[in-house]
Design a protein around this ligand. Structure first.
Ligand SMILES: Nc1ncnc2c1ncn2[C@@H]1O[C@H](COP(=O)(O)OP(=O)(O)OP(=O)(O)O)[C@@H](O)[C@H]1O
Length: 607
């Protein structure tokens, strides 16, 4: 669950559009030859189109004025040939640029996914999932479309316009000058457009991300919404966001429409003035009819490039925003990385030590003490220790420090005397298995879910490890599923009960055969008998595995060798359950506040 996304209003020191887009170059490199070849093809097509009026000029001033019908044929052949070349080049451009852009999109999408997998939990705490979704889907499609034709046409059309103006000057400098001066408003409007449009484009893309988050959250929480009859309220909230997006899209369209107005109006006005001046020049014999004809034919050829600039610019600014949003994720620094000189534990025994361990969440207010405020705790190899404390005391957080879901902000967490930060993440996760209360299963088979942490296994060995893990986790229900362990579960698969999911998640942790198992109340949905059987299985098969278990039930505490009491960010007592009950007031208070379904413990407390 995540909370925020970067500000949508660009700051004053933001890079220029060219600087932003230039960051695509490393991804573009393999596709660059074909994109450049596509540009060359498009350029040839444009130049050929600009050459046709030249032939027409010769035709008008030659055979047409001398009434020599025979000479029309060569001119016809040349114009036809030029037309065929132009069409061929346009086809070549499409063929050249279409495929490479899809490669670029795929490689960027893969990099983004890899980065998201690599970034620490702290990053995902802060980012809305919809924002990440829209970045990895719609933003990257936008970049692909821009690479496939946006950038090619933008460059080619701009060059065509420049060359076209030169040609216009070549026919008549006066008419060319009128055309150029009349175009000035377009450049002014274009510059203003860049500023306005970039801001709304950014806002719109962020709002798309917010909408995606809304959909994701309401689909995910559909049961809660229905149970509380909040469907209407959620729809209202969604409609408000959709309306905001609609408003932004209208602003975008208005900005584009304004630019279009000028892009359409200015050439027409310029045409009118040029027509007036052209006829006057022709009457003064300063211009031939052929030249006048060719001038207007060239100006007509230039209409499409000029008109397309508005669309291409807006597309470019949309793409720039998409690129910025892509790199906001890619630039996020991963603070949980592998050490430069990693240590290794050749034969792990599973001694788990917290030494003066401190931790506070990044956004924790300064006046608050550290959530984990100097924890000292040692678990012997093979020991099962329960961790108890009042709700919100930081039990889950303390556990998360072992597999480095978060890094300590002070002190150390050690496995067999080695700081967990001195191991590679890959090795650490081989030594540490974890299961959470909120069991997440992936949309795949039971088998793949259980063997998630064992990519090294295959065939009979994989099957044996999986079945053993399922047996310890008391997950024999899988045999009764329609296709046994090959039944698809998870989001799009068969719906399982909370307890069934927990048992599969536990089996997953067990199958990884870690030296240290950290379990965040993973048996909360099981009845006491099943929990006892799971614990017995764990002891039998994982005799050498050290377990640290967050306990929310007295029954879990009873099964542990020792119990650690977490109070105000510190471990204030460690000992056998019966001893602590007898000697520690706070412990008695915590135990009595637990979810008590165990009569004997209650009696113990009040004895
Ligand atoms: N990702 C996070 N970012 C900021 N604060 C957090 C985050 N996760 C937890 N907290 C805060 O840290 C405190 C301890 O949370 P934690 O989940 O570790 O407690 P807990 O002892 O496991 O609670 P419970 O027994 O209810 O599961 C809470 O006040 C919680 O609001």
């Amino acid at each position: 669950m995540s909370q925020q996304h970067p500000p949508s209003t660009p700051s004053t020191d933001r890079p220029t559009t060219v600087q932003s887009l230039a960051r695509l170059i490393p991804y573009l490199r393999p596709a660059l030859p074909r994109i450049i070849a596509g540009m060359v093809a498009a350029m040839i097509a444009s130049l050929v189109a600009l050459f046709i009026p030249f032939v027409l000029e010769r035709l008008v001033d030659g055979p047409l004025s001398s009434h020599d019908a025979r000479q029309v044929w060569p001119a016809f052949a040349i114009v036809l040939a030029l037309g065929v070349v132009e069409a061929g080049m346009i086809m070549a451009r499409r063929w050249l640029v279409l495929t490479p852009s899809t490669y670029v999109e795929t490689s960027m999408r893969n990099s983004l996914y890899k980065k998201l997998q690599d970034l620490p939990v702290a990053f995902h705490d802060r980012w809305q999932s919809g924002q990440l979704l829209s970045r990895s889907v719609s933003d990257l499609s936008l970049i692909r479309r821009w690479l496939a034709f946006g950038i090619v046409l933008l460059v080619v059309n701009l060059i065509t316009i420049v060359v076209g103006f030169v040609v216009l000057f070549f026919y008549s400098w006066l008419l060319g000058l009128i055309f150029l001066v009349a175009s000035v408003p377009i450049w002014i409007v274009g510059l203003r457009f860049e500023k306005e449009y970039s801001t709304v484009a950014r806002r719109s893309q962020d709002q798309v991300g917010d909408l995606a988050t809304s959909v994701e959250e309401s689909v995910h929480g559909i049961r809660v919404l229905k149970a509380f009859g909040r469907g209407k309220h959620s729809l209202k909230d969604f409609a408000r966001r959709a309306d905001e997006l609609r408003g932004t899209e209208i602003k975008k369209s208005q900005a584009i429409a304004q630019l279009w107005l000028w892009l359409l109006l200015v050439p027409d006005v310029a045409f009118a003035f040029c027509l007036l001046a052209g006829v006057w020049l022709a009457s003064q014999h300063q211009l031939t009819v052929g030249q006048l004809f060719a001038f207007f034919a060239t100006a007509t050829v230039l209409r499409f490039p000029v008109e397309s600039i508005g669309f291409l610019l807006s597309m470019t600014f949309d793409t720039r925003t998409a690129v910025d949003r892509f790199f906001e994720v890619m630039d996020s620094e991963n603070t949980i990385t592998d050490p430069e000189h990693p240590k290794t534990i050749a034969e792990p025994h599973g001694r788990l030590t917290f030494r003066s361990t401190h931790f506070r969440y990044q956004d924790s207010p300064a006046q608050y003490a550290d959530l984990v405020d100097g924890v000292d705790l040692e678990l012997e190899p093979g020991e099962t220790m329960a961790l108890v404390g009042l709700t919100g005391s930081g039990k889950t957080t303390l556990l998360a420090l072992v597999p480095r879901l978060y890094d300590v902000t002070g002190g150390e967490v050690l496995i067999d005397g080695v700081d967990v930060r001195d191991l590679t993440r890959e090795e650490l996760r081989r030594h540490v298995g974890m299961a959470f209360e909120d069991a997440t299963l992936f949309s795949t088979t039971v088998r793949e879910n259980v063997l998630l942490g064992r990519p090294d296994l295959s065939g009979d060995e994989a099957d044996r490890v999986m079945r053993e893990a399922l047996e310890i986790a008391q997950a024999d229900f899988v045999e009764r599923l329609p296709e046994g362990v090959d039944t698809k579960v998870g989001e799009e698969g068969l719906s399982l009960s909370g307890g069934q999911r927990q048992r599969l998640a536990l089996a997953r942790a067990i199958a990884a055969r870690p030296a240290v198992l950290v379990l965040d109340d993973p048996l909360s949905a099981l009845d006491v008998d099943t929990e006892a059987r799971v614990e017995a299985g764990l002891r039998r098969v994982l005799a050498s595995t050290t377990s640290l278990i967050v306990a929310h039930r007295p029954s879990t505490v009873n099964l542990a060798d020792r119990v650690a009491l977490l109070e105000n960010g510190r471990v204030t007592a460690v000992g056998r359950h019966s001893d602590l009950i007898a000697t520690n007031e706070h412990y008695r208070y915590v135990i009595s506040s637990l979810d008590d379904d165990d009569e004997s413990t209650r009696e113990e407390v009040y004895a």
